[in-house]
Design a protein around this ligand. Structure first.
Ligand SMILES: [Zn+2]
Length: 266
């Protein structure tokens, strides 16, 4: 019997998913079943593993994923908690295979766990980024306290203002999140409207804030997606700590920020 557990590179990637799920929980960004992760694993599976039989009847997708036919993803499960994904990623998430025509998906391993209700949104983003030719593999959504807190302040609902404020707290933020951040005005969680509004922001940014809800990051590497959100979170904590201490932080100057561009090849 074929089991993906004999595939060392694949299991290493599953291990990274569990690692990041643990970080989300310990950071306090994943209350109850908050947040979700999807990772495109296609290049890591053997031909035999790519052809694994379905564990449940196929599920139709609302929109055709024209750029994802035959791709395999790990997706956290619906209602599952990040703290348990960290402990047992296969009891709290599943591998799904998109049909060749992009119109449905099968759960193929390791257990018949239903994917997150956010799956249509995640797939829309994966599909869009692949259609642009970007080697995107990861969509990560989580609830970092201070970053969400900043979206409750009207002046920060402007991408330029929020980016400038967060960049100016520490040099690393300008370096690690070079495209800045996008903002999507409040939408009901899990809706296709939220996904489409996010896609528009992904044209320019790899990290998007959802007003009064959370953060979404995309990229080639899950650890780097986590690091981008973690660095933004550090900036937000510095900003809010200063405000709580009663002063407005000075922030880096435009010149100091601009000097980082040639120095780090941004
Ligand atoms: Zn959320």
């Amino acid at each position: 019997m074929t089991t993906i557990k004999n595939n060392s590179p694949l299991m290493a990637e599953i291990g990274r998913i569990a690692e990041v799920a643990g970080y989300l929980w310990t950071k306090g960004w994943a209350e109850r079943n908050g947040g979700n992760i999807s990772v495109n694993l296609t290049g890591l599976l053997t031909d035999e593993e790519m052809a694994l039989p379905a564990l449940a009847p196929a599920t139709e997708l609302q929109e055709t994923m024209t750029s994802l036919g035959g791709n395999v993803f790990y997706v956290t499960g619906t209602g599952k908690r990040m703290r348990y994904v960290a402990q047992d990623p296969f009891a709290n998430g599943a591998l799904i295979r998109i049909a060749p025509d992009g119109k449905s998906y099968d759960i193929i391993a390791e257990q018949p766990v239903r994917p997150t209700s956010e799956l249509p949104s995640h797939l829309l983003m994966h599909n869009y980024l692949r259609s642009l030719g970007r080697d995107n593999r990861v969509v990560l959504h989580t609830h970092p306290t201070e970053l969400i807190g900043m979206t409750h302040c009207k002046p920060f609902l402007d991408s330029k203002v929020l980016t400038r404020t967060l960049w100016s707290m520490i040099p690393e933020c300008r370096i690690i999140v070079p495209k800045g951040v996008g903002i999507v005005p409040y939408e009901i969680p899990g809706t296709i409207e939220l996904a489409h509004a996010t896609i528009r922001q992904l044209e320019k940014h790899d990290v998007v804030f959802w007003e009064k809800h959370g953060i979404l990051a995309v990229g080639e590497d899950l650890i780097e997606c986590f690091d981008a959100i973690d660095t933004l979170s550090k900036s937000a904590q510095i900003y809010i700590s200063a405000r709580m201490a009663g002063y407005e932080p000075v922030g880096m100057t435009d010149q100091q920020l601009d000097d980082l561009v040639p120095a780090f090849g941004l």
